[in-house]
Ligand binder design. Structure first.
Ligand code: ZN
Ligand code: MN
Length: 478
């Protein structure tokens, strides 16, 4: 369907910063006692003044730069007023392009592929609100809620896209790429709970715009959208009008449900923040930021296809996760067989650890030197690929090196030529047509080798097997 319009509003925390955006409280609020990481500034006590975190400007500009945004020469901050318990000051200091382009970024883009570009409307730097904790299990029916202000004032970057997406799949591609950009610039640990959050708006042709708030992980976004699109499609099919409303994603039940009516934009009464003067960034700022930006996923992908001769598809999978791409390059440094190593990672390792979760690389015990060793053993013909796969499974489970695992199974390895040639005889009898193929085409021998390995449950020495089969074929020809 092309009549779907989806836009995103993403919030990501600058998780590597030591302090909050406007005060000296710790940026890492996680695992502290509730309301222990607070001070008069982030609680908005009268008479306090915000003090700008310079690093937060730099890092939000890095996001902006990486999304090909325009970075302004002056920054302006605004007050966004609303009354809600998670905001201790009753306003949020944020940015808004009221008087010209004064937010940290605007007019950017992310290229999904050669034919699809998602435009970035704006990037802004703002403070995170506190956290409201409802009594467990009873959510919105609870007659009380707990508030933790440890998060209030943490540096947050808001990224708003144009409604350029036409399917949930495109949204997933975009979020994968965006996460990878964040990982590469190293300023947001997307694996931390609540570090990235996403609001989604979606409308179908002939319907109104519906917003889904607070989808708390990128993984859930595609599910929420798929549900919402089928909900709206079925309403339209029955000629029921789609209301413009805000809905919540219920992660347990996997449905969206209607939320409290939301304030309209003008209700926020944006006005310039009187306690923060214009921030002059200067002419050199953008080029200074450019120098801080490391190699980004797009450049890295081109390098992977060019210098390692990897296919676009394989490079894309590796690049989607910085950890995975780093792992690959560490292996290649140890043993320079990039195509083989990439195949082991993409076709085998990801299958074993679950390709959806490259973060699992953190938890598995396998080291780059182990995978490099495995690739080398197979390349040198010391073991065949199917043995290699079995070993890889054990490597993931145990963290042992291939040679450790091989020496264990060595005792059960069949190197006795008489034993193996018995099996070869047997296979030649049962696989007559494969033998004929092999007589005509030497490539067809692999099938026979595979059969012998199968009968011996992978224990026969593949080198001896190949030798004996070749011998037998020569005898048959002669
Ligand atoms: Zn504080
Ligand atoms: Mn925001």
């Amino acid at each position: 369907m092309t009549d779907i319009m989806i836009g995103l509003e993403i919030h990501c925390q600058l998780t590597s910063l030591k302090s909050k955006l406007f005060c000296g409280c710790r940026g890492n609020y996680r695992s502290s006692k509730p309301n222990s990481n607070i001070c008069p500034v982030c609680c908005g006590f009268p008479g306090t003044l915000p003090l700008m975190n310079k690093k937060a400007i730099e890092q939000s500009a890095m996001i902006s730069y990486s999304l090909e945004c325009k970075i302004p020469d002056k920054l302006m901050f605004y007050r966004k007023n609303y009354f809600y318990p998670d905001l201790p000051k009753n306003f949020q200091i944020t940015q808004y392009n009221v008087y010209g382009l004064t937010s940290i970024g605007s007019h950017g883009r992310i290229k999904l592929n050669d034919s699809k570009v998602i435009k970035i409307r704006r990037v802004q730097l703002e403070e995170d609100p506190g956290r409201i904790l409802y009594a467990p299990g009873i959510a919105h029916n609870a007659n009380y809620a707990l508030i933790d202000y440890n998060r209030a004032g943490v540096s947050l970057v808001e990224i708003v896209t144009e409604p350029d997406f036409s399917s949930p799949k495109e949204v997933r591609f975009f979020l994968n790429k965006f996460s990878s950009i964040l990982e590469h610039i190293g300023i947001c640990d997307t694996a931390l709970e609540g570090a990235v959050r996403c609001d989604v708006n979606v409308s179908l042709k002939g319907g109104s715009r519906v917003e889904i708030k607070n989808v708390n992980s990128f993984k859930e976004v595609e599910k929420a959208l798929t549900f919402e699109i089928s909900r709206q499609t079925s309403l339209l099919a029955r000629n029921i009008k789609i209301k413009s409303e805000t809905r919540h994603w219920d992660e347990q039940r996997k449905i969206t449900k209607v939320a409290r009516t939301k304030e309209e934009e003008q209700d926020y009464r944006y006005f310039p923040e009187p306690d923060i003067p214009l921030v002059h960034l200067g002419n050199e700022f953008s080029s200074h930021i450019g120098k801080l930006i490391p190699e980004l996923p797009d450049q890295r992908r081109s390098r992977f296809t060019e210098s390692y001769s990897l296919s676009d598809q394989v490079s894309n999978i590796l690049i989607n996760s910085k950890k995975l791409a780093d792992f690959f390059e560490s292996c290649v440094k140890i043993y320079a067989s990039p195509v083989e190593i990439a195949n082991w990672i993409v076709n085998d390792l990801l299958g074993l650890i679950g390709s959806e979760e490259p973060t699992l690389l953190n938890h598995i015990k396998i080291k780059p030197s182990h995978l490099a060793e495995l690739a080398r053993l197979v390349d040198e013909g010391k073991i065949n690929r199917s043995t290699g796969k079995q070993i890889l499974t054990k490597m993931v489970e145990t963290g042992q090196t291939p040679s450790q695992l091989l020496s264990k199974s060595e005792s059960s390895r069949i190197i006795d030529e008489n034993l193996i040639s018995e099996v070869v005889e047997q296979v030649f009898k049962t696989e007559g047509s494969a033998v004929n193929d092999a007589l005509l085409n030497s490539n067809a021998i692999n099938f026979l080798v595979g059969k012998v390995m199968q009968v011996t449950k992978g224990r026969a020495d593949p080198k001896i097997v190949t030798q004996l089969i070749n011998l037998k074929l020569t005898q048959s020809r002669g």
